[in-house]
Design a protein around this ligand. Structure first.
Ligand code: URA
Length: 237
């Protein structure tokens, strides 16, 4: 790996900032000042120090993002603002959002570079729960609740799996699903005879949206959140 990339991945600044610092002599590799940003280093074996402090390279990064409406769940988009742009200087080239929320959906989005975990969380055979808060156009009826709970035909080849429904107010429910079909919640609610006016993801597997995290903000997962989530990597194997 190039020295400047390594330092960016250690969150020591943008590519141009770390290049400047390297050229200014702030960085040593195995005790020797290196002034060439493109120098190759071995991230596990070489000892890299920035202004006298050793840097530790993190292979996997996990961020919880409170996605606001109006940004798309993609790594790149020619026309729209992406969720990765919300990471500012913490944006690393290998990060991606785990699954997609619609542009107008808000709430929990995990951003990581851990492809194995992403696969486990999204794989249809793993049935990882995703819980959503839904604001509805009309008061939810018992019949609608029952239809959502039983699973229903949304126009795909097979009906959806049963969902768990909690009524919060007459026009506000939580819906927990274990699949991840395109616009699934909106289509389920529509097929049940109602419409979603607002959608927010509250939880994915063990990971819950931090209620203190403002919309548009992100933070690293805590160690406990990370450990619980990583159990998904081994569950059902
Ligand atoms: N279901 C939807 O309809 N939209 C989302 O963004 C997520 C789940």
């Amino acid at each position: 790996m190039r020295l400047d990339k390594f330092l960016c991945d250690c969150n020591l600044g943008t590519r141009s900032q770390v290049k400047k610092d390297i050229k200014a002599g702030c960085v040593t590799v195995n005790g020797v000042i290196v002034r060439t940003p493109e120098q190759h280093i071995h991230e596990k074996e070489d000892k890299i120090a920035y202004q006298g402090q050793y840097c530790t390279y993190e292979k996997y990064i996990y961020y919880m993002l409170h996605k606001p409406a109006g940004v798309v769940s993609a790594t790149e988009d020619r026309h729209e603002r992406t969720v990765l742009e919300l990471l500012g200087d913490d944006r690393r080239g290998d990060l991606f959002p785990v699954g997609r929320l619609d542009k107008d959906t808000e709430g929990l989005l995990l951003i990581t570079n851990d492809g194995v975990l992403a696969h486990e969380l999204l794989s249809p055979v793993k049935h990882v729960e995703k819980e959503y808060e839904c604001h509805l156009a009309k008061p939810v009826t018992e019949e609608q609740k029952l239809r959502l709970e039983q699973g229903l035909d949304i126009g795909d080849q097979i009906p959806t799996k049963p969902a768990a429904v909690r009524i919060l107010e007459d026009k506000k429910i939580t819906l927990t699903i274990t699949e991840g079909r395109f616009h699934q919640v909106k289509r389920m609610v529509h097929a049940a005879g109602n419409e979603v006016l607002y959608l927010k993801r509250l939880r994915m597997g063990s990971l819950r949206l931090d209620p203190r995290l403002p919309k548009g903000s992100y933070r690293r997962l805590t160690e406990e959140e990370q450990e619980d989530l990583l159990k998904e990597k081994t569950r059902n194997r």
